[in-house]
Design a protein around this ligand. Structure first.
Ligand code: PMP
Length: 420
């Protein structure tokens, strides 16, 4: 019936045709065709049943899972669920308005106070999305007369926010504070304000910055330093306080802390933590806060309860770090290329071609292990990889089984096969 209607209506209207010409559409089709010619299933958008933790249910099969950011197993924890359910019973599902207008609920302020206390800084502000937090805060804070120095591996959300700001943007070599300082030295004088943006734990490589060096350098050049702790919260540092704990630095030395509720804290949303004036200013003027709905009360309550558990049960962080260290050590012993991973929770296994990474992901999936390939154009083809997210809930047996499977698939003729 559809095709008959199409015929009656004639060719697609101009606007619909134009959608097919959008950048990347053809590439996407070619990749899909190539993958299906190679007999590979699409590894993206796979529906999971139940709670995705150390294992997950995909297509009626329970598989070992390295694809979720449930670093401390708090998503699925009965206490976190009970907190969310209590918030729904009290407030319903939505905050139903911008917080400034009438979307404020007590749990918003409680969560922000807990985040500020976690860092030992003045104040914090919660946004509905981590991605939107970076976009709106960077876009709003910086302007055309300013300078933003961003790590070459910075997350898309920070890069988008920097672009939105209209500031002059310079990317420096990944984790290279000396390169950043050279750029800053050359460009600082022409700029009104300068901001350096780094991450506390990089999501592609699982490595960390030399935070004290970045702090000193920012200070020398009168620049602000912003650290995105999306993957550092609950993961890095002996008790999961993040990169500042790991480096023995007072969190107040960093001007702007940013993080997300979607990973360790098992909710959804983002936050900024730091100086009281900065937070008050954002609260009254950042478009992505003022003109957007308040965080769903249940998600705020889930994040708040997760923070409480993180503080009360530091053994979860120790288990996560032990699991990650074990995975990294076994992978290295197996001769796998794990890049610059620091072994906190994220371990890449670099395969060296997108086809090889897709094949390896499929071979592991066939053996009951779910891990996502990272392919060109997300990374250069030569550094296409599998990215393993470890969790406190993985068992030693699961980790050993996984590395053994990796070694088996990648050894001998199969390795040559993957590289083709
Ligand atoms: N920053 C970093 C470093 C991230 O990796 C991500 C998402 N993975 C975000 C920000 C965005 O956070 P969210 O997914 O919670 O929107």
């Amino acid at each position: 019936r559809l095709s008959k209607r199409k015929e009656e209506k004639g060719p697609a209207p101009g606007a619909a045709r134009a959608f097919r010409e959008l950048p990347g559409q053809r590439d996407m089709e070619l990749i899909r065709e190539a993958a299906s010619a190679l007999g590979l299933e699409n590894p993206f958008f796979r529906p999971h049943e139940g709670v995705a933790s150390a294992t997950t249910r995909i297509g009626n099969r329970e598989v070992i899972n390295y694809g979720s950011y449930n670093y401390l197993g708090l998503n699925g924890d009965a206490r976190v669920q009970a907190a969310a359910q209590a918030a729904i019973a009290r407030h319903g599902v939505s905050a139903s308005a911008s917080r400034m207008v009438s979307g404020e609920r007590p749990v918003h302020g409680e969560l922000e106070a807990a985040i500020a206390a976690h860092y030992g800084v003045d104040a914090a502000l919660a946004f509905v999305s981590g991605h939107a937090t970076n976009v709106t805060v960077l876009g709003h804070l910086m302007g055309p007369r300013d300078l933003i120095l961003q790590d070459a591996a910075i997350h898309n959300s920070a890069a988008e926010g920097a672009r939105l700001s209209g500031a002059r943007r310079i990317a420096f070599a990944h984790n290279d504070w000396r390169a950043a300082e050279r750029e800053l030295g050359a460009a600082r004088r022409g700029a009104r304000r300068a901001l350096i943006v780094i991450e506390g734990h990089y999501s592609m490589d699982g490595d960390i910055p030399d935070l004290p060096r970045f702090i000193e350098m920012a200070r020398r050049h009168d620049a602000w330093l912003m650290v995105d702790e999306a993957h550092g919260m609950g993961v890095v540092g002996a008790t999961g306080h993040g990169i500042h704990e790991h480096c023995g630095v007072d969190a107040r030395e960093v001007d702007i802390w940013m993080g997300t509720f979607s990973k360790t804290l098992s909710g959804c949303g983002g936050y900024i933590a730091g100086n009281a004036d900065l937070v008050a200013w954002l609260k009254h003027s950042a478009p992505g806060f003022v003109y957007s709905v308040g965080m769903a009360p249940a998600l705020a309550a889930a994040a708040l309860e997760s923070l409480r558990i993180l503080a009360a049960e530091p053994e979860r962080v120790a288990r996560l770090q032990a699991n990650s260290t074990l995975f990294l050590r076994l992978a290295k012993e197996a001769g796998l290329d794990t890049g610059t991973s620091a072994g906190f929770a994220i371990v890449p296994v670099i395969v060296g071609s997108s086809v090889g990474a897709a094949r390896l992901s499929q071979a592991l999936f066939d053996r009951g292990i779910n891990v996502q390939p990272i392919l060109y154009p997300a990374v250069p083809d030569s550094s296409a990889r599998l990215r393993f997210f470890l969790s406190s809930e993985h068992t030693e047996a699961q980790i050993r089984q996984t590395v053994a499977a990796l070694r088996a698939v990648m050894s001998g003729t199969q390795q040559a096969e993957l590289a083709r």
